[in-house]
Structure formats: structure tokens, C-alpha cells
Design a binder for this molecule. Structure first.
Ligand SMILES: [Zn+2]
Length: 114
């Protein structure tokens, strides 16, 4: 992903009600934040920015715990939970199941990148 300067306040949930978790990476924000900025981790293939329908499809309100991750590289929680390189608030038990067409596109892109 291209290096971009991200305002941390755009990644943190703006409120604690009506939060949604990205079903690809578990990033937790409000629907509005997803529509305004997309998912900072998955925007390249989810394209949620300015796409309320996509946000509805690719995020889920069905999760319980939230993990706030500030420095993913130094975090043993990130390693233990295999959260990878993402920064922000993450759902502990998000569904992480992409709709089939998006999953296919993602897999195709992964193969191209290799
Ligand atoms: Zn995501």
C-alpha cells in the first residue's frame, strides 16, 4: 500500500455506538467514518470511500471486543491474534468473511502481487 499520512483521529472510532467492523481486517469505526475515509487497511480492494452500499456489505456490527492497536510492529497482541500490520481499533472477533466477488478480486490481486 502507498505510504500515506493518516490522521489518527480518522482511524479511531468517533463514538462508541453504532460501530461497524471491516469484515476483511476488523478495523472498527462508524459507518460514517467508513464512508468518508474508507478502510485504511483495505481501501485498495474494498473501495468503501464514498460507497455507503459497500460499507453496508463489507462491514459488520456483529462483534464484541475491541483491540486498540497503536504500534502493530511492537505489539505481542497483534502477533498473538495475527492482526498483521494494521493500526487502529480492531474487532476482537470480527467475522472476517468477505462477500464472494470481493474475495475473488482480492485473491486475484494477491496473486498478481506475488
Ligand atoms: Zn479493512
Amino acid at each position: 500500500m502507498a505510504e500515506e499520512v493518516v490522521n489518527p483521529m480518522d482511524i479511531c472510532p468517533a463514538q462508541t455506538k453504532k460501530l461497524r467492523a471491516c469484515i476483511a481486517c476488523g478495523l472498527v469505526k462508524t459507518s460514517q467514518q467508513f464512508v468518508e475515509n474508507g478502510c485504511e487497511n483495505c481501501e485498495e480492494f474494498l473501495g468503501l470511500k464514498g460507497n455507503p452500499e459497500g460499507v453496508e456489505t463489507c462491514t459488520s456490527g456483529n462483534f464484541h471486543g475491541i483491540i486498540a492497536l497503536i504500534e502493530p510492529g511492537d505489539s505481542w497482541v497483534a502477533r498473538a491474534k495475527r492482526l498483521g500490520e494494521v493500526t487502529g481499533s480492531l474487532a476482537d472477533d470480527a467475522v472476517k468473511e468477505l462477500p464472494e466477488p470481493i474475495r475473488q478480486r482480492y485473491l486475484a490481486e494477491q496473486q498478481q502481487a506475488e
